[in-house]
Design a protein around this ligand. Sequence first.
Ligand SMILES: Nc1nc2c(ncn2[C@@H]2O[C@H](COP(=O)(O)OP(=O)(O)OP(=O)(O)O)[C@@H](O)[C@H]2O)c(=O)[nH]1
Length: 811
Amino acid sequence: MSKDGECCSTHLIEGDGTFNASGLENFIKEVKLSECGLSYAVVSIMGPQSSGKSTLLNHLFHTNFREMDAYRGRSQTTKGIWMARCAGIEPCTIVMDLEGTDGRERGEDDTAFEKQSALFALAVSDIVLINMWCHDIGREQAANKPLLKTVFQVMMRLFSPRKTTLMFVIRDKTRTPLENLEPVLREDVQKIWDSVPKPQAHKETPLSEFFNVEVVALSSYEEKEEQFREQVASLRQRFNQSIAPGGLAGDRRGVVPASGFSFSSQEIWRVIKENKDLDLPAHKVMVATVRCEEIANEKYSSFTANKDWLEVEEAVQSHPVPGFGKKLSSILDTCLSEYDAEATYFEEGVRSSKRKQLEEKLLQIVQPAYQSMLGHIRSRTLDKFKDALDDALKGGQGFAVAARYSTKAFLKFFDEESADAIIKQANWDTAKVREKVQRDIDAHIAAVRTSKLSELTTTYEKKLSEALSAPVEALLDGASDDTWPSIRKLLQRESEAAVSGFSTALSGFEMDEQDKDKMISSLEDYARGIVEGKAKEEAGRVMIRMKDRFTTLFSQDSDSMPRIWTGKEDIRAITKTARSASLKMLSVMSAIRLDDEIDNIENTLSLALVDSNSGSASNKAASLDALASSTWEKVPASKTLITPVQCKSLWRQFKTETEYTVTQAIAAQEASKRSNNWMPPPWAIVAIILLGFNEFMTLLRNPLWLLVIFVGYLLTKALWVQLDISGEFRHGALPGLLSLSTKFLPTVMNLLKKLAEEGQVPTSTNQRNPSLASKSFPSGSSDISSSASSEVISSENGTEYSSPIVHDKTQ
Ligand SMILES: Nc1nc2c(ncn2[C@@H]2O[C@H](COP(=O)(O)OP(=O)(O)OP(=O)(O)O)[C@@H](O)[C@H]2O)c(=O)[nH]1
């Protein structure tokens, strides 16, 4: 609400005591009061109704309060409290026009609003103008006496820390000069002051402790307007720069900062209305608290909506933000500076505690972003560290040196990066994250170290495996007295070579001696393990090996040529040699001999299994006893590959499986012998010549006998074949004779019948297919070739086949 005119005025408190908060807010905005800080002054005017207050204010401050129309008579125009800004006065000065006292409208007893408005004006104003008629000075029943009493009484309840200027404006001054009027007035005021009941603490307090009393006198506006205007203009000068020291509003203690004016005045009015004591210092703290909190909340909200902050917050979710610390520090700085600027005039303690709270709240919303940033730095440091370590190792640097150097370099990198992310207001410690980074780095180093060591171990194990497996297999296959010494030498040589290379490679890891020795000895164990494993594998195949060796030695001569069993060979000796060699193999394969220990496996085996002649019977028995055991003497179980019992059983099996070869050889030899001895012995030839001389001569004299003999031979041969005489006697003489006796006659008859039939057929089968007659069964072995013959037999249906008849002389 405003009166007409250039300068607006606002109805601050209505006649019924309603506080126009929104009107005040608008007014403050309009006159830009909030920006004034402490540089503003508040002036109020009190005085009897229709005493020309509004007229004075409008002339003095160029305001436009409603004045009473002079022609309509004296009635109340100002109700409640009005407020306006003084035009053209610096700094910003606000003036309040109060409802006139002792007005007819409220009735004589209704002084409640008068007191309340007086208290309000005193609480918020720097200067209070007391408007009074000149003729009231020195009068016992002066109109302003009750007003002054009220003012002084309420002043006691304010506990104000500062002095308020009480300016008595004497209206319609007479010819009596002010110098004469002023002492009278001051005396009146002092009297009123003295008469006011005071609390104990202020019993002796002089009026000057509470007020600066000023007195001015003005000519009548109605009668001497010109003079009035001049005097008002001169008075106006005193309100310019009133807040300067010594000015009308020079005491700035307890001034509420302009941005708190609205809230402060509302609260004061509320307290006054509730008829409570108004403790201005406490009120000031309360206003400061509320206002500082409001300012802090406002700054907090503006920070959360700050575009730069939102950008940083979003960016840091996905990637590190360069200059993170500087950016956020600056945004926070701006926010806090704004708070400082706005809250600067409020109570120091309240202001700084609210600032602290604001700062904490701001840092709280910033912290997750900071943590994300540190997280990025941490993972970036670790990634870079990994790459650097990898490069250093590829570049041939020793592991320990590379790890040490990279750790140092990247912890430094972390320190630099995290320093860049530091928010100066926060003073957050990065030590914990740094520790995490250190732990990450250490864990990575440990993992890489383990993998590199295992790689190295695998490489050397592979080398050893390649260097040992095949040679050990070959040596074991050779099975001789030198087998195990050679294996030992080979193992030692290869182990030493591997250990030397391995030690050199390990030196880069700067391991402690104990661990290094452990790894080396594990590599040596691995080498032994290969040999032992190979030996076990070969021991599992010992039977095949023994048989191979036996067969090789048995069926090949010293020049590795296949033997032909002509009859001159000593099969017994050859068998013995071959068996001895196989037994050697068994003894070599029976135990692992990597430690130079001496055992008597070979002796025991040969004594028990081969040597039938040598050694005493008691020794042989002892050896046989030794084989009836599951452990070898002087050989630990861990080194035993084939136990004595197994040896014995293997040997039995070996002998059984090789016996056939020997038998075959003997048979072949027999056959060979027989085939070479087809001529009768010489004595028989001589006997034949001597005894058969007569028969020979007979034959010479009658050659027909030759034909008869030949036919007889053919018949016998045919009978032999038909009756399968050799076949019949295979099962013994008696069964042979019995069988022959039953078959003889039918066979002879059958033969004669066939001969008769043959005689009738002009062409013989031999003539039809002579090739069949000469065909013989191919001899596969020496023992059967000599006795094989073939007979051509025609079947009943006329087809012919070759019947191989094999006479195995060994059977
Ligand atoms: N005698 C005399 N009359 C004056 C003077 N100044 C103003 N008046 C007259 O007094 C009457 C009241 O003037 P206002 O300025 O309205 O007085 P007020 O004290 O503001 O009145 P309320 O607001 O009703 O309390 C008007 O008719 C004015 O012309 C003065 O200096 N002397």
